[in-house]
Design a protein around this ligand. Structure first.
Ligand SMILES: Cc1cc2nc3c(=O)[nH]c(=O)nc-3n(C[C@H](O)[C@H](O)[C@H](O)COP(=O)(O)OP(=O)(O)OC[C@H]3O[C@@H](n4cnc5c(N)ncnc54)[C@H](O)[C@@H]3O)c2cc1C
Ligand SMILES: NC(=O)c1ccc[n+]([C@@H]2O[C@H](COP(=O)([O-])OP(=O)(O)OC[C@H]3O[C@@H](n4cnc5c(N)ncnc54)[C@H](O)[C@@H]3O)[C@@H](O)[C@H]2O)c1
Length: 465
């Protein structure tokens, strides 16, 4: 049978765009369908606007820090609508770059919501991106699902009164008081953003420490940094309902407390986006909360249909979705073996102020396979000695496997941690040892030089299978 396309990608986000572009570069006839925004979550409602907001939230402190260096700069006032407008202009520019990049690669752009009619046929209906688009039906030999994920709201009364990260990027005004539920990436990052811009922030989470899954010492250090930033933490707490009285919201917690705010922000996770995708017209299997099940080659249970990125709920980060898309295009259409990536040393960063970044194993994970040497340091970075924020500490931790002496984990909380960690991730991916770190000459004066000058072991952790 003659198909309209060799490959049709559903979703022009991080994974879909890369997959489409690389497949087209091999000469395949490729189309990509997008219903909402070119560039996907990362560009429109994720990494990019979030990082711009984080940067916006840091200028007040920079102005105050300058006094210790002899400046009399005043923090001034922040105009939220100006930030939103500037961010929107930048994102519109990026949307245009995505469209032209795809067009230049020879990819056909299909505007609309894609739905499986059968395993080779998709119906593309008008959607938010262009409500006037003409509906059409297209066929493809192979199809890639790269539809991403969407925020989850807990099942409590009044949950619909709250916002999620999707709405946070378009709030007309910055709330003076905000209650944030959830202390994963999004909860922590937005707590920092709103606090930095002057809002009173209450952060609610279920465990004893924020950021479950990260190294315990770093979670403790982050909890201290959150308090230092002026944010009130409510550990061991769950919201049971949200109510509204006029412009004010009340969040009732299961510890009996009630918090009042101008905005309630649910940062309680995301789920794979498979709504209205017509999966029932295929033999594709889903699991858990809608995760599309794939094999090691990103193929679903329907031969010829693949899935990449957040919709597969593996490691839900942009560079991972990009890598998965690239590998898939290489393997379907390339002549050389697919490009290789080291997914098990994927570095991660949480853009709080200061940020937390990490690569490799936590101390507890490393101890499961053998005894561990831990090296830690905690200090006030030079800039804050004169700047006055002496309680803004940097914490660094190296986790070293005792038998091989390989550095299997590096964790940093502090200014520029993500920038440092990206470079250190190369060393951890390469399997370098503590001796390799030790023979590396530092750059002075930097915080990063501590990574190569940590000589005294902080503790030894026994093998804890
Ligand atoms: C607030 C926030 C901050 C984040 N910050 C970071 C960060 O700093 N660093 C990082 O690495 N990751 C970050 N992420 C995660 C990152 O955005 C995702 O991991 C990444 O975007 C996943 O890419 P994807 O290709 O799987 O899906 P997406 O980028 O979500 O793209 C999916 C696309 O498919 C479209 N689509 C869905 N269904 C259909 C359909 N039926 N038909 C047509 N089109 C459809 C959607 O409109 C969307 O454009 C953040 C996420 C959020 C929410
Ligand atoms: N900097 C980055 O790289 C970055 C930034 C943002 C998002 N992301 C990606 O997006 C994903 C989603 O982010 P997220 O922060 O929404 O999810 P998350 O899974 O990181 O955190 C969700 C939080 O909500 C809590 N929670 C879940 N259900 C709850 C309930 N019913 N009541 C109270 N608390 C509840 C969880 O315990 C957890 O603390 C991340 O896991 C990450 O993969 C990455």
């Amino acid at each position: 049978m003659a198909y309209d396309f060799d490959l049709l990608v559903i979703g022009a986000g991080s994974g879909g765009v890369r997959c489409a572009r690389i497949a087209a570069s091999y000469g395949a006839r490729v189309a990509v369908a997008e219903s909402r925004h070119w560039g996907g979550t990362c560009v429109n409602l994720g990494c990019v606007p979030k990082k711009l907001f984080v940067q916006a939230s840091e200028f007040g402190d920079i102005a105050r820090d300058s006094h210790g260096f002899g400046w009399n700069t005043q923090p001034g006032t922040h105009d939220w609508p100006s930030l939103i407008a500037a961010k929107d202009r930048e994102i519109t520019r990026l949307n245009g770059i995505y469209v032209s990049m795809l067009e230049k690669a020879g990819v056909t752009l299909l505007t609309g919501h894609a739905r499986f009619v059968d395993s080779h046929t998709l119906r593309i209906d008008p959607a938010a991106l262009d409500p006037d688009a003409t509906p059409r039906t297209v066929t493809a030999e192979r199809i890639v699902i790269a539809t991403g994920s969407t925020p989850v709201r807990p099942d409590i009364p009044g949950a619909e009164l709250a916002i999620t990260s999707d709405e946070a990027f378009h709030l007309p005004q910055r709330p003076e008081r905000v209650v944030i539920v959830g202390s994963g990436y999004i909860g922590i990052e937005f707590a920092g953003i709103f606090a930095g811009l002057g809002s009173k922030v209450d952060l609610i989470y279920r465990r004893d420490l924020p950021l479950r899954g990260f190294d315990e010492d770093m979670r403790t250090a982050l909890a201290e940094a959150i308090t230092t930033r002026g944010i009130t933490q409510h550990a061991h707490a769950n919201p049971t309902r949200i109510t509204q009285e006029g412009a004010e919201y009340a969040v009732t917690l299961d510890n009996g407390q009630t918090l009042r705010a101008d905005c309630v922000f649910l940062a309680t996770g995301r789920r794979p986006k498979i709504d209205g995708l017509g999966l029932e017209n295929t033999t594709i299997t889903t699991a858990d909360s809608g995760r599309i099940v794939v094999d090691a080659h990103s193929q679903t249970t329907q031969p010829g249909v693949y899935a990449i990125g957040d919709v597969t709920d593996r490691i839900n980060l942009t560079p991972v979705a990009i890598a998965e898309g690239h590998i898939l295009a290489d393997s379907l259409f390339g002549s050389a073996p697919p490009r290789q990536w080291s997914f098990n040393t994927t570095p991660k960063a949480v853009f709080f102020s200061p940020p937390l970044a990490t690569v490799g194993l936590t101390e507890a994970e490393a101890a499961q396979t053998g005894a561990v040497d831990v090296y830690m340091t905690r200090f006030t970075p030079m800039r804050h000695t004169l700047g006055g924020r002496k309680d803004r500490k940097t914490v660094m931790k190296l986790v070293v496997a005792q038998d091989s002496q390989k550095v299997v984990g590096v964790h940093i909380l502090g200014d520029d941690a993500p920038e440092m960690l990206q470079a250190v991730a190369i060393a951890v991916t390469a399997g370098l040892t503590k001796a390799d770190f030790d023979r590396t000459i530092g750059i002075h004066p930097t915080s990063a030089e501590e990574l190569v000058t940590l000589r005294t072991r902080t503790r030894e952790t026994p093998h804890t299978p």
